[in-house]
Ligand binder design. Structure first.
Ligand code: XIL
Length: 382
């Protein structure tokens, strides 16, 4: 981390201007309807700051009218929670199956939303079809063929892709901490670049993101994750790999009290200094270990997210904030961090009955106090 600090150019500090100063100036320019309006949607509040708000959605969510309405009301962007992953698109070696993702995409189009694509390459959710195709055609053609066909199918719809998902494993014994995966095994470290070049060839104007669950906490483990990600991005930029953005997933853990504000803000500044945009792609807040008492629990969850978003949105290269589900009914936290007492998680901005929670207000408040983001970021890229 010391090495990185030394090469930090002065302009980055201006880009990631302190929120308190920039936020105060920007609030003067807010339309009064929004300043006063408690009813403004999260998408509207984000747009007032030059950002976009959205959420992941699954087919199950799409099937529920109340949830559909909520997504429609709050979001400017939708991302398929699982339906564009390999497992869903490649059930057989013979043909792609876009039908499930297409249903969500149709809903997005019919309600005037943008669509993010998640994800073209992920070590999770591969099936035997991957192995079959690699054995038959080789790994690189299998990967580039998958990327070309998927992007071609969604070319005029998906404006932003998670090209490579979770490439870093902080526990890896490799010096670059690249995750041991079928991609690394078959293609070596260049698999990342191969994927990005294939994506750029398939769509010259889409925003191409590297997406990772990198978190803002103090321990060495998290620090290693941030450092390795920076090194990977620097290496990609040096080699001319067409990466436009870093997706920071934003899977937070409200039981932690070691949020390292300075390190997180420095990390974002370093990413911004490489000329990359930053997207919060999968925000949710784990409540394992917190009190079962709902009012107190919701406040802790909201406070944790507010601290994170205040620091994050102070970085002026942040263009989008997406939650990983909008209600507790469709939050994936129950899968990866269920509570020990088996009570339902309260990790999303709305409860299981689509009632607004303090987390929703925390996100709204973070947008209200954020500085205006770099305008050209949104204008250049779809
Ligand atoms: C998760 C989904 O939410 C679950 O439904 C699925 O069972 C596993 O994957 N980081 C990512 C997402 O990039 O793709 C993961 O989504 C959550 C963590």
């Amino acid at each position: 981390m010391e090495i990185m600090e030394n090469i930090l150019p002065a302009k980055i500090n201006r880009r990631c201007a302190l929120r308190s100063v920039a936020g105060a100036a920007a609030s003067l320019a807010l339309p009064s309807a929004i300043q006063a309006g408690q009813n403004a949607s999260l998408a509207t509040l984000a747009a007032a700051r030059g950002m976009r708000f959205g959420s992941a959605m699954s087919l199950k969510g799409l099937a529920q009218a109340g949830y559909r309405d909520l997504i429609n009301r709050e979001c400017a962007i939708i991302v398929c929670e699982n339906e564009m992953k390999w497992l869903f698109l490649r059930p057989t070696a013979k043909a792609f199956d876009f039908a499930k993702a297409d249903q969500i995409v149709s809903f997005a189009k019919s309600t005037g939303k943008r669509v993010r694509g998640h994800t073209l390459l992920f070590h999770q959710g591969l099936n035997a079809v991957w192995d079959d195709l690699c054995a038959r055609n080789g790994a690189e053609p299998t990967l580039t063929g998958h990327i070309a066909a998927t992007i071609a199918h969604y070319k005029h719809t998906v404006h932003s892709w998670d090209v490579v998902n979770e490439p870093i494993d902080p526990k890896s014994s490799r010096p670059d901490r690249l995750r041991n995966s079928p991609f690394l095994e078959s293609m070596g470290e260049k698999y990342v670049d191969i994927a990005f070049h294939a994506a750029r060839d398939a769509d010259p104007s889409a925003t191409l993101a590297l997406n990772d669950w990198v978190a803002p906490y103090k321990p060495k483990y998290f620090q290693n994750h941030r450092e390795s990600l920076l090194r990977l991005l620097e290496r990609m930029r040096r080699d001319g790999t067409p990466v436009d953005a870093l997706g920071v997933q934003g899977h937070l853990d409200a039981s932690r009290s070691d949020f390292d504000e300075k390190a997180w803000s420095r990390f974002l500044a370093q990413v911004a200094g490489m000329g990359l945009h930053i997207l919060v792609t999968e925000l949710d807040v784990a409540d394992r270990g917190l009190t079962p008492e709902i009012i107190a629990r919701d406040q802790i969850v909201a406070g944790h997210a507010k601290s994170y978003l205040d620091v994050t949105l102070a970085c002026r290269n942040v263009t989008d904030v997406l939650t990983w589900g909008l209600s507790d009914r469709f939050s994936a936290v129950r899968l990866y961090l269920p509570r020990h007492d088996k009570l339902p998680n309260r990790s999303a901005p709305y409860d299981a009955d689509n009632r607004s929670k303090p987390l929703r207000e925390a996100i709204a408040s973070a947008f209200r106090h954020a500085p205006r983001q770099e305008r050209q970021v949104l204008e250049q890229k779809g």
